[in-house]
Every structure is written in C-alpha cells, then in structure tokens.
Design a protein around this ligand. Sequence first.
Ligand code: KG4
Ligand code: ZN
Length: 334
Amino acid sequence: MLGIETSCDETGVALLRWEQDAPGNGLLSHTLYSQIKLHAEYGGVVPELASRDHVRKLLPLVREALGQAGLAPADLGGVAYTAGPGLVGALLVGASAARAMAWALGVPAIGVHHMEGHLLAPLLEEDPPEPPFVALLVSGGHSMLVEVKGIGDYKILGDTLDDAAGEAFDKTAKLMGLPYPGGPALAKLAEQGRPGTFRFSRPMTDRPGLDFSFSGLKTQVLLAWQQSDQSEQTRADIARAFEEAIVDTMIIKCRRALQASGAKRLVIAGGVGANKRLRTELAAAGEKDGFKAYFPRLAFCTDNGAMIALAGAIRLAHGQHQDESVQVFPRWDL
Ligand code: KG4
Ligand code: ZN
C-alpha cells in the first residue's frame, strides 16, 4: 500500500506491507517533506503556497519511497490518500495524484479520513493496542476523545468547543512572540520555566462532560504576558504554566473518558501527542490508575504518510474502496 498525505503543510509518503494477520507486515519506507520554512515568514500556513509545494514534492517523494523499499510501481496493491479534512487545494493534489496512479496501475484507490489515520498510527508500533480503547486525538485542527470499539466503530465522547489543543499551543506561542510553528517552540521553552510562578485554569474540568475549550487559556496567557516584565525567564515561566494547564486538562478528561467507557487502554495521537510532558504524565497516570497508554513514535504523531497507508490498507482489507471520482472533503466528521 502506498500512502499519501497532503492535507496541510507536510507532504508525506510511505509504503506498507499489510495483509490481514499475515507475517512480515510492516512499514517498508517513509519519506516526508515539511513546508515549515515556506510558511514561516507569513506566521502560518498559506493554502495556495501549500498546494503548489505539494505538486512539486509529491512525485519525487513517491520515487524516493519506492527506491528505499526496493519496489517498482507495478508492485503496488493499492494507493491510499488523505481525502479530508484539510485544506481543499492541498487535499486535491494528493487525491488527484493518488487516483491517477491507481488508475494507471489498475489497483484500488482508498480515500482516508486524516483523523482515522492519526487514530490508527499507534498500530504501526510494536505491541499495538487492541480495541476497545479510548483515543485522545490532539492535533492542530482537532481535540477529541473517541471511544474505539473496533476499527471503523468510533464514538465521539468529547470534542473542542473552540480552539484545538495544537491551535492553542500555536496561538499562545505567537502572542508571546515565538516563531511559527509555535507549538513545539513553546514546549521547548517550557522546559526552562520554573514551576509555580504562574498558574492558569484547567478549563471545563469543574463540571461533568468530556468537551474541551482552550481559547480562554490563550486570553489568560495574553493578560499575564502583557502585565509581566516580558523577560526571557518570564516567557519560559508562562510557557510552563500554560503547558501544565493544558496537559492537566487533557489528563483529567482522559481519566473521565476511560472511566465512562470502562476501557483499560488509552491511545494518544496527533501532533500534540509529541508533547513530552503529556507523554510522561499520561504514562504515569496510567501506572497509577491501571490503564496502559500507547503513543506512536514522535515522527508518526505529526502528519505522515505511514498512518494513511495503514488506514487505507485496513479499509481495503475490509473491502472498502471508492469509485474513480476525485473527491475531497475539507470538512468531514470522523
Ligand atoms: O497532527 P499535526 O501534525 O497536524 C494536524 O493535523 O493539525 O499537528 C500539528 C500540531 C500543531 O498545532 C503543533 O503546534 C502541535 O501539533 N505540536 C505540538 C508539539 N509538536 C507539535 N504541540 C505541543 N507540543 C509539541 N511538542
Ligand atoms: Zn494531522
């Protein structure tokens, strides 16, 4: 299975060998091109530039992935691509290329939901989680708690009412003057922050429910930053308090979701899943409460082709693929 991801600002391509319960399954190669530098001077992703850059990078990356795996196009059994949600122009680049390749090779093409890709990414690791499990999906566009009863059997337990977790990281970083992309920069700065110098609220944890709301936190940070001496140390202290607030909030909601569903396994996926504090604190919470936390490797938390290849391969194994029309879904519920 060839997997193609072009929903936002990373071009990801991967090759995966996957047959239901067959030995020797696994990732054969994966390549990624990040457009971070291209968008940095604008302080955010410029959709038109993103699409054009996917056009330039996609086929060279496909060739590179085939070369790394020692495969020829004729060896492919299917082509999976992200069909949504995401930037419409960026999605269309991956969808058109994937459909054209599949048609030329006479193999099925499978349009994958980007968040299902994230959700299944931990299955690429050794000791993969077996459903049922609860998944915390936290990326630049989503913050969701999902009960996974089986593959394709998803129940949304909680969602964000405003900013997604990654978006909150990015916007908060920006308002304290950190360069794009802010999330990882803010997390790095937080490592230098002193504990207890600032404290922000844990939004929506004082009432029942599993929804998130992070935009108020951003405002709290803005006020604290504006009223501070704006020194480097203060910036790090605020970054730390912000990270603690957001991580604590996610842990409280994960515990509730596990209790509500009775699941003993928690999967963390999406770009914010790369956050070190979140990873260590969730693993510790698991040891205390008796659940096991599963994370994809860091490179498969953020956008990548491998998770799309896997989601596509699993769907194809269940007989699911679409007609030849090139359709994308910029907004698409899981
Ligand atoms: O999953 P992803 O690559 O793209 C989307 O589907 O949105 O997630 C990107 C998001 C960005 O908002 C980025 O700031 C955030 O993940 N992110 C992090 C970290 N690494 C990436 N947020 C906090 N800590 C990190 N270490
Ligand atoms: Zn993503």
